[in-house]
Design a protein around this ligand. Structure first.
Ligand SMILES: [Fe+2]
Length: 457
């Protein structure tokens, strides 16, 4: 049983026929699952070089097929990461607002036409499904958690006219307990605030990184006007109050302007508000359901400060965060949902690794690639690559480290990573300036061998 999960946009790369904003249908990806196990997965941005690509993930699908040595016609089921009803409403809006383009107001037909155009294969309508966006997020976490039972929180900016859900996972079943309305979106709560700190969509993690440099106290009272916690783990957020209040109360930071302590403090208050709301929701459902474990997914679950606080709070005995918590992870969830529906559930094992992307290839392939850059690179062979790299780093070099298959999701986990010596404090600023061309405050993850962790932490 081969199931292909797909996320992303509806027009091809180098085309913008639908004039979709890049805020819509982002994080395109394809994930191929065989009998409940992932055999290939990649995000379109890694292949078309457009961050958070909102294009149809043609190259990702192509990669999945090639890595399994199959054709699109061999796939038993293809699942798209939103409901058919939601997709139809979106197509209807496009149809009405763009009279110059001819599109079917029928999501299934639209998707099949797109696959036909890209792969030259007629896909039977019975083999195409649309799944609930937030259930796909939920499944992407729970099915990989190894938990027999768990509370599941899917929380993001929005999708399917919702901004999240709470569910209970048990074995291969997921039961929905509550949904969060679009106007209560915690993703949008964060996004709406960071606009006044000179940031926009997909920059949320930068403000999470800025927050520890601030003090939440000065703006705590202000932020308390932006949300309300009520009984039964319910909450409201007032997105419309954020802009006018911040404009009146702070010296807003416009893109590129320097940061002040005020901006850091607002970042800290925002982070605190998010954590308070999420703790409020989870405390209630932890108590009512008695669940001792938690799975989290959805874009907001990339807030690792929040995740860390949840983990160390002791509210749950164990927490599993889907490493591809953003919408690319919905492609994974969608594929697993289909596989489950057709009697091939994911094995109940804890996820061990996410090296599901394109392989570096054989020594010969690497050599051919390097030869293509002859005259621009000095190439040296070494029998002790790790030792040589360690020497370089100890001498101040910053290293691009590449091995095996690429990671699925935004975290560089050792197969496509930038490495440097974590000991000199100056290295953080150096790498930020030199490689990433990013703000000096942005953090890096130190890593050490497990056996040596106590010596360093
Ligand atoms: Fe999402």
């Amino acid at each position: 049983m081969l199931c292909l999960g797909v996320s992303g946009g509806l027009d091809k790369v180098h085309e913008n026929s639908l004039e979709l904003p890049n805020t819509f249908l982002h994080d395109g990806a394809a994930v191929l699952v065989r009998d409940g196990r992932v055999i290939a997965a990649v995000e379109e941005e890694r292949l078309n070089r457009i961050k958070h690509s909102n294009k149809f993930p043609s190259s990702s699908i192509q990669y999945c097929l090639a890595s399994a040595g199959i054709q699109l016609s061999d796939i038993d089921h293809i699942a798209f990461y939103a409901t058919e009803a939601y997709c139809n409403v979106m197509l209807e809006r496009l149809f009405l607002s763009q009279p110059n383009i001819s599109i079917p107001v029928d999501a299934k037909l639209f998707l099949r036409n797109l696959l036909m155009r890209e792969f030259g294969t007629e896909v039977d309508p019975s083999r195409v499904s649309f799944v609930s966006h937030h259930l796909a997020h939920a499944v992407s976490a729970f099915a990989m958690s190894g938990f027999e039972q768990s509370l599941i929180l899917a929380v993001d900016g929005g999708g399917d006219f919702l901004s999240g859900l709470l569910a209970l996972g048990s074995g291969t079943e997921i039961t929905q307990l509550a949904t969060f309305a679009e106007h209560n979106s915690l993703g949008l709560f964060y996004l709406e605030t960071i606009r006044y700190l000179g940031y926009g969509l997909f920059d949320e993690y930068k403000v999470m990184g800025l927050a520890p440099y601030g003090d939440p106290a000065p703006y705590r009272g202000l932020f308390e006007q932006f949300y309300q916690l009520s009984a039964n783990g319910e909450y409201r957020v007032y997105l419309d109050r954020i802009g006018p209040t911040l404009l009146r109360s702070i010296q807003v930071r416009r893109k590129g302007m320097p940061f002040t302590q005020q901006h850091r403090d607002v970042g800290a208050s925002l982070q605190e508000a998010l954590e308070r709301i999420v703790f409020h929701i989870l405390r209630h459902h932890r108590e009512v359901t008695g669940m001792k474990r938690l799975c989290i997914a959805g874009g907001v679950a990339h807030n690792c400060t929040m995740n860390g606080k949840l983990l160390y709070s002791g509210l749950f005995e164990d927490i599993f965060v889907q490493p591809a918590a953003h919408d690319a992870g919905c492609a994974l969830g969608a594929a697993l949902m289909m596989s489950n529906d057709f009697g091939r559930p994911a094995p109940r094992e804890r996820l061990q690794e996410v090296y599901w992307g394109p392989d570096l290839g054989s020594d010969l392939v690497v050599e051919q690639e390097l030869n293509a850059w002859a005259g621009h690179l000095d190439v040296e062979r070494s029998d002790d690559v790790a030792g040589r790299a360690a020497d370089w780093m100890a001498n101040g070099a910053v290293i691009g480290w590449v091995q095996g298959r690429s990671e699925f999701g935004p975290r560089a986990l050792g197969n496509r990573s930038i490495l440097a010596d974590p000991r000199p404090v100056a290295n953080k600023d150096r790498i930020n300036a030199m490689v990433k061309k990013r703000e000096g405050y942005r953090p890096f993850a130190p890593s050490v061998l497990e056996d040596d962790a106590r010596e360093f932490f």
